[in-house]
Design a protein around this ligand. Structure first.
Ligand code: HEM
Length: 517
């Protein structure tokens, strides 16, 4: 190989300084690495910050973050490359959480970034703060608490379980081959979402197993939002402009969801659809606020609001339900206790197989304990994100500066030994149950700043009751009538996304139960 004169000059005339520099760099890096005595806290390297440690641990990111927080006393500052938006104060300290989400709520909005990260939902409740958020929240709270809306949602759930879920599960028993339970539950969740939001049944839970394009599109929104959060903003914005890579997938997903939503709205306005019951759309369809002042056409905000409703209902349920079924299937003693609680209800029913309804199960202590315990270990939103408006000092003594980003590891909070005990890794619904002293028992109260899967403070979930009323009858009907055997639990792991979904689903085999009572 021929050297240029410059290279020759460097190599032959100044070898010593070059060798020293070449030696100094790895030496510096080794010293930096050694200085970091705690193996759970990633080393901060020049130029790239803690990014290498983050990337190396991406496959078990939530466990890694939880361990890092424990190792650092529940609070740690994570710094990525200087040009990236990766500079976060991260916490799993319940007192800090209470301060951020409740006591000093106004100082910790979601921030302007949210409208960019979740651009398909820009301006809707998930992405906005202050008065606009309050206005939308009041409205949704009103809709979700109307008795006719509640009863319509419960009716949809009852019908879906009896007419679609049970026949489908029996079919799977007869086939005798393993199938992906995550996929099957994803279908019932999407059917119920579209029924509750638009009053129409997409029939995804049917024997021909139609493609789940809408659910795929919803998943893409959340996966790409995570990607956007980890990249320097100029990078993903350039990709968006060029319509390449993840950004192309995002644009396709957004178009699909918008086209579906626009069609549902247009059909309702034209009187072309026949809603299956009362639905969320019926509370908005005649509101002039959602129409263009001049043309009377539905506004873009109307579309985004209803894409957002699909996200708000579908995403958490598509996470909570499969993890609950998985946890129960892996813990036969919990299944026995769950069935035991159902015996008196089942005794009042004559159908075969027995179908449980929301009214039967939503108040039952063990059914709820099983769900909350699963949400503790697998919270739908494993990380919550807030922005700091004005300088502040947290109860832990850490000072935050205006403009900083705070991340809360909800996943880590569900694994705090101080709160949950030494056996915090175990799935044990009994930890949620306390004795009333008269032979009966009740659900233990854990304040929401310690148990955060439904969020805490003024922005907490508006659909908790609906979630319990929907999930408990599905799970009760499944486990009462069938034995569920997980085929390979080692393949079960969370996917890298903003929401805690399963990466590979979970394969099961079903057996029909007999002589239940
Ligand atoms: C097990 C199921 C569910 C879980 C674990 C859950 C969890 C959550 C969480 C963590 C948030 C806060 C999200 C954030 O701002 O970062 C939230 C907000 C919300 N949830 Fe749920 N959710 C569930 C089901 C539902 C259902 C079924 C509905 C509607 C019927 C619903 C409606 C909402 C709404 C409207 C908000 C926005 C609240 C606000 O920003 O003020 N959720 N939920």
């Amino acid at each position: 190989m021929a050297f240029t004169s410059m290279q020759e000059q460097l190599l032959y005339t100044k070898p010593l300084p070059i060798v020293l520099v070449l030696l100094a760099i790895p030496l510096y890096l080794i010293i930096q690495h050694k200085k970091n005595k705690n193996p759970y806290i990633p080393t901060e390297w020049p130029l790239v910050g803690m990014l290498p440690g983050m990337i190396a641990n991406r496959h078990h990111f939530h466990d890694f973050a939880a361990a890092m927080l424990v190792a650092s006393g529940h609070n740690v500052e994570v710094r990525g490359p200087p040009a990236s938006s990766m500079r976060f104060f991260t916490t799993s300290d319940p007192e800090n959480v209470r301060h951020i989400f409740t006591t000093n709520f106004d100082n910790y909005p979601k921030g302007e970034d949210f409208n960019e990260l979740f651009s398909a939902l820009a301006g809707t409740i998930i992405a906005v703060d202050s008065d606009e958020w309050r206005r939308q929240r009041t409205r949704i709270h009103y809709v979700l608490t109307r008795p006719e809306m509640v009863s319509s949602m419960e009716q949809s759930c009852r019908d879906k379980v009896a007419d679609c879920l049970v026949p489908m599960l029996e079919r799977m028993v007869n086939k005798g081959t393993p199938f992906d339970m995550d996929d099957l539950l994803g279908r019932i969740v999407m059917d119920l979402t579209v029924m509750n939001v638009f009053g129409m049944d997409p029939c995804l839970l049917s024997p021909d197993m139609p493609p789940m394009r809408l659910t795929g599109a919803l998943d893409t929104l959340m996966q790409v939002a995570l990607f956007r959060q980890c990249m320097p903003a100029f990078c993903w914005k350039l990709m968006k402009r060029l319509n390449v890579g993840h950004e192309r997938r995002y644009a396709d997903a957004e178009s699909l969801l918008r086209a579906f939503t626009e069609e549902r709205i247009a059909r309702r306005i034209a009187g072309d659809d026949e809603p299956t019951g009362v639905d969320m759309l019926s509370y908005y369809i005649d509101d002039p606020e959602y129409r263009d002042d001049v043309t009377g056409e539905p506004t873009d905000f109307f579309t985004r609001t209803f894409v957002n409703f699909m996200v708000a209902l579908r995403d958490p349920m598509s996470s909570a339900l499969p993890w609950l079924v998985y946890n129960l299937a892996m813990h036969p003693r919990a299944v026995s206790a769950l069935r035991e609680e159902l015996v008196p209800v089942a005794a009042r029913k004559s159908s075969e197989p027995i179908v449980f309804e929301p009214q039967d199960t939503k108040h039952l202590v063990y059914q709820r304990a099983a769900l909350f315990e699963s949400l503790r270990l697998y919270p739908m939103s494993p990380i919550e994100r807030k922005q700091v408006v004005a300088d502040d000092v947290l109860p832990s003594g850490h000072a935050l500066r205006a403009g900083e980003t705070v991340l809360v590891s909800v996943y880590g909070m569900g694994r705090l030994e101080d709160v949950w005990g030494k056996d915090y890794r175990e799935y044990r619904p009994e930890r949620w149950i306390t004795d009333n002293g008269d032979g009966s028992c009740k659900l233990r109260h854990v304040p929401s700043y310690k148990f955060m899967p439904f969020n805490t403070g003024p922005r907490s979930c508006l659909g908790k009751k609906v979630a319990v009323a929907t999930i408990t009858p599905v799970v009760a009907t499944l486990f009462w009538n069938f034995d569920v055997e997980v085929m390979d639990s080692r393949a079960v792991e969370p996917k890298l996304s903003i929401i805690m979904q399963m990466k590979n689903g979970f394969m099961v085999k079903l057996k029909k139960r007999v002589h239940q009572i």
